[in-house]
Design a protein around this ligand. Structure first.
Ligand SMILES: Nc1ncnc2c1ncn2[C@@H]1O[C@H](COP(=O)(O)OP(=O)(O)OP(=O)(O)O)[C@@H](O)[C@H]1O
Ligand SMILES: [Mg+2]
Length: 304
C-alpha cells in the first residue's frame, strides 16, 4: 500500500516565537482512517496546515504520496489534500454557495461544465442540493459546516483532512457526518485524517490514533490509546464515556475482554459477555468494591 503522508522531524514556530510543533515524525498509508487527538493548543490545526502546504516548513519534511508538498503547484496540492477547516467561516468567503464550491475546481483549471457537475455532486453529497444561490453567511452553523465540506469534496481530494468535523453539530448532523466520512473512505478509498476532541466518536472514525502535544506522545489502536489512563491524564484527554462505564462495571466483577469505545459496540460486547459467562452476567459487591471504584474514578480525569 502506498504511503499517503510521510512527515520527518517536523518543527514549527510561529512568527511571535510560539513553538507549536516539535520533532513530528509519522507515516500514514493510503486508505487509512486516522484520528489526531490533542488538547486545545496541542498543534492539531498547525499540523494540518502543513499537510496541504498552507504553512510551508523551512525544511523538506512533509511528503504527500512521495512528493515534497513544498514543490507541488497549488492545483496539485488541493487535489491531493483537502482540508476541512475547524471554523466553516474560514472556508466560505464568496457571495454564493455555488461560487464557494466552484472556487477549488476553478483553481484546478477545470472546464465550466465539469465545475458545474462537481458543484452539483458535492452539494448533493452533503445534503444541500438547491442551495447554490444561497448566501453563505445566512446559513445555519450546521448548514455552513456541510457547505464547507462540499467545497473540499468538489476537488475530489485523495486525502481528506478534517479539523473537528463533529464539533457543535446536533446528534443527527453529527451521525450524518460520521457516516459520510466513513463512506468516502470505504467507497472511494480516500485517506481520512480527523482532529478531534469528541473522544466518543474516535473509534467510529479511526483505526489508528496519534496523540499530539506539540510532539507525538502516543500512537496505536483506539483501544491501546484509551486504555492508557496515565497518558490520557498527562495530556488532558479522557476516554469515551461508554468505555468508562464498562471499566466501572469491572469493579463489580463484570469484566469483558474488550470494553466498548462507542455506543454502537455495546450490543456485541454484551453478547460476548453472555457467551463467556454461559448466559449468567452478574454484578457483585464486596468490601473492596467502593475503593476500587474510587481509585478508578480518580484516574478518569475531570469528569468525576
Ligand atoms: N498565527 C499564530 N501565531 C502565533 N501562535 C499561534 C498561531 N496559530 C496558532 N498559534 C499557537 O500555536 C499553538 C498550536 O495551535 P493550534 O491551533 O495548532 O492548536 P490546536 O491543537 O488546533 O488547538 P484547538 O484544539 O484549540 O483547535 C497554540 O499555542 C496557539 O496559540
Ligand atoms: Mg485547532
Amino acid at each position: 500500500m502506498k504511503k499517503a503522508v510521510k512527515i520527518e522531524n517536523l518543527n514549527h514556530q510561529y512568527a511571535d516565537g510560539t513553538v507549536s510543533l516539535e520533532n513530528i515524525s509519522l507515516e500514514i498509508k493510503e486508505g487509512e482512517r486516522i484520528a489526531i487527538l490533542g488538547e486545545n493548543g496541542a498543534g492539531k490545526t498547525t499540523l494540518f496546515l502543513h499537510l496541504n502546504g498552507s504553512i510551508k516548513s523551512s525544511e523538506d519534511n512533509v511528503y504527500i504520496f512521495g512528493k515534497n508538498v513544498k514543490t507541488m503547484p497549488i492545483s496539485e496540492r488541493i487535489h491531493k489534500v483537502g482540508v476541512f477547516f475547524q471554523d466553516p467561516d474560514d472556508q466560505l468567503f464568496m457571495p454564493t454557495i455555488y461560487d464557494d464550491v466552484a472556487f477549488g475546481p476553478s483553481n484546478m483549471g477545470l472546464s465550466q461544465s465539469e465545475i458545474k457537475k462537481r458543484v452539483k455532486e458535492a452539494l448533493a453529497t452533503v445534503g444541500l442540493s438547491g442551495f447554490e444561490d444561497r448566501v453563505p453567511h445566512h446559513l445555519s452553523y450546521g448548514q455552513k459546516k456541510r457547505a464547507a465540506l462540499a467545497t473540499v469534496l468538489a476537488m475530489k481530494p485523495k486525502i481528506l483532512v478534517l479539523d473537528e468535523p463533529t464539533a457543535n453539530l446536533d446528534p443527527k448532523n453529527r451521525a450524518n457526518i460520521i457516516s459520510l466520512i466513513n463512506e468516502l473512505n470505504r467507497d472511494l478509498g480516500i485517506t481520512t485524517i480527523v482532529a478531534m476532541h469528541d473522544v466518543n466518536a474516535v473509534s467510529e472514525l479511526a483505526d489508528r490514533v496519534f496523540v499530539l502535544n506539540k510532539t507525538i506522545v502516543a500512537g496505536g489502536s483506539p483501544h491501546e490509546v484509551f486504555s492508557d489512563n496515565n497518558m490520557l491524564k498527562e495530556n488532558n484527554l479522557e476516554a469515551p464515556e461508554v468505555y468508562k462505564l464498562f471499566r466501572i462495571l469491572e469493579c463489580y466483577g463484570c469484566k469483558c475482554r474488550c470494553p466498548p469505545l462507542a455506543m454502537t459496540d455495546v450490543p456485541d460486547v454484551i453478547d460476548s459477555l453472555f457467551d463467556e459467562t454461559g448466559g449468567k452476567v452478574q454484578l457483585c459487591k464486596d468490601e473492596k468494591t467502593s475503593d476500587k471504584v474510587a481509585s478508578l474514578l480518580s484516574r478518569f480525569n475531570y469528569h468525576f
